[in-house]
Design a protein around this ligand. Structure first.
Ligand SMILES: Nc1nc2c([nH]c(=O)n2[C@H]2C[C@H](O)[C@@H](COP(=O)(O)OP(=O)(O)OP(=O)(O)O)O2)c(=O)[nH]1
Length: 134
């Protein structure tokens, strides 16, 4: 990690945890061509200029999965410095959405209770332990 990385402004990222009544959550696999391709993450993406973080969340879920997020509670924020970016992740939990996930960008996804998929994005790993205590 260099000082140049630390001094860059963080990029805001909206991340959504869809949670079923039985506690299962939806994970997606990062597509080829992106940094950390093949790693598992919660669906989401960067906030565009002029958007609120919740609007970015709704847009990303519609674009990637064809899901309309109807409501979500802001849960926690995590900052992480990768080699490719300094990100500020805004994690939301949603229990209210419309539609079934579709693989609109060719990515794999899976409903998980026990978290058997790997590898996971480094900044997302601690969240899984926190979710189990929810
Ligand atoms: N969606 C998501 N991103 C995460 C998680 N954990 C984590 O460190 N990130 C990081 C990886 C990326 O650096 C950043 C998300 O940016 P991205 O490149 O996937 O976003 P995007 O879809 O808007 O990408 P693009 O338009 O630039 O292609 O946040 C997570 O659980 N979900």
């Amino acid at each position: 990690m260099t000082e140049a990385h630390l001094s860059t402004q963080p990029v805001d990222v909206a991340v959504g945890i869809l949670m079923k009544p039985n506690g299962d959550v939806l994970l997606g696999q990062r597509p080829a061509g992106k940094p950390y391709a093949g790693y598992w993450e919660f669906p989401g993406g960067k906030v565009d200029p002029g958007e609120t973080i919740f609007q970015a969340l709704q847009r990303e879920f519609m674009e990637e999965l064809g899901i309309a997020v109807l409501s979500a509670e802001e849960w926690c924020g995590v900052e992480h410095v990768y080699e490719h970016a300094h990100v500020r992740l805004h994690f939301f939990i949603s229990r209210e959405w419309r539609g079934e996930p579709q693989s609109l960008e060719g990515q794999a996804f899976a409903w998980q209770g026990e978290f058997s998929v790997e590898p996971l994005l480094p900044a997302t790993i601690p969240l899984l332990q926190w979710i189990e205590r929810k």
